[in-house]
Design a binder for this molecule. Structure first.
Ligand code: ADP
Length: 266
């Protein structure tokens, strides 16, 4: 079975940050940011110090999901150097590439440029002490990913996918990217999002809209850990849109689902 404990950060470690976990998906729109936001909140509820770095240059949605869209990081002096101070909500520190672009403006980032901006958000930011810094990566496996992966000391990666075939094929490519020799980032596991739908009036029924057990089966095929599944739930979408991650609510099945996969991750 894959290792449970995270390996030590190799290369240029960042003082104060214990683990940097990349959250990736092959395909866009599978719920990578939603899962990142809810894992962050869950880790914080477990007592860990958590930060989220939104590196999704194509559509940074973390500021909306944490209701910090209108905020901007301030400058603070740390040891005589000016540093960016992450904004904070729900006990989670947040920096996003979205804070540095104009609203409604499409920005075309090239790999090295994106990597440079992200490097600044990691190395020139006042994150303080963190147990986990989650990095919400852009979807796909392009040269931007290579730049990011080669310049940041990433401890491990989590891959989110729906059980749909086109998403699975891309998730598989994502895992292959992390396992590539020049990158060599341990894959901590796979998460199945939008696993099934249960209508309120039929609480016993599960409808496998995107297919059944796709991510679970893929995990076995490629010898990766299956971390768990999140169903398709309207309130999860709504909570994201209003900037209050669903996992903040106690005694719900979503809280439990996120707790289970987060516990498997750490
Ligand atoms: P990605 O980061 O992969 O592009 P998002 O997290 O932005 O995907 O999710 C895409 C859309 O799907 C968002 O509107 C989000 O609220 C919704 N969504 C994600 N996961 C679920 C889920 N399990 N149930 C319902 N809606 C979801």
């Amino acid at each position: 079975a894959p290792e449970k404990k995270m390996p030590e950060i190799k290369g240029k470690a960042i003082p104060g940050i214990k683990n940097i976990v990349a959250v990736a998906s092959g395909k866009g729109g599978v719920g990578k940011s939603t899962v990142t936001a809810n894992i962050a909140v869950t880790l914080s509820k477990m007592g860990f110090k958590v930060g989220v770095l939104d590196a999704d240059i194509y559509g940074p949605s973390i500021p909306i999901m944490f209701d910090v869209e209108a905020e901007r990081p301030l400058s603070v002096e740390v040891d005589g150097k000016s540093k960016m101070k992450p904004v904070e909500n729900y006990g989670v520190k947040v920096l996003s590439i979205g804070f540095f672009t104009k609203p409604n403006q499409a920005v075309i980032w090239r790999g090295p440029m994106a990597a440079k901006a992200l490097n600044q958000m990691i190395f020139d930011a006042a994150w303080g002490e963190l147990d986990f810094l989650l990095v919400d990566l852009p979807p796909g496996t392009g040269d931007i990913h290579l730049s990011i992966m080669q310049s940041l000391p990433i401890t491990g990666a989590v891959v989110v996918s729906t059980p749909q075939n086109v998403a699975l094929a891309d998730a598989k490519k994502g895992v292959a990217m992390f396992r590539q020799e020049s990158i060599n980032v341990p894959v901590l596991g796979l998460i199945e999002n939008m696993a099934y739908f249960t209508p309120e009036e039929l609480p016993e029924n599960k409808y496998y809209i995107f297919g059944k057990n796709g991510v679970k089966n893929l995990s076995e095929d490629i010898d990766a850990r299956f971390l768990g599944e999140i169903p398709l739930v309207q309130s999860l979408r709504e909570s994201g849109d209003i900037g209050r991650p669903a996992a903040l609510q106690t005694a719900t099945s979503l809280e439990t689902a996120f707790e289970e996969l987060t516990r498997d991750m750490v």
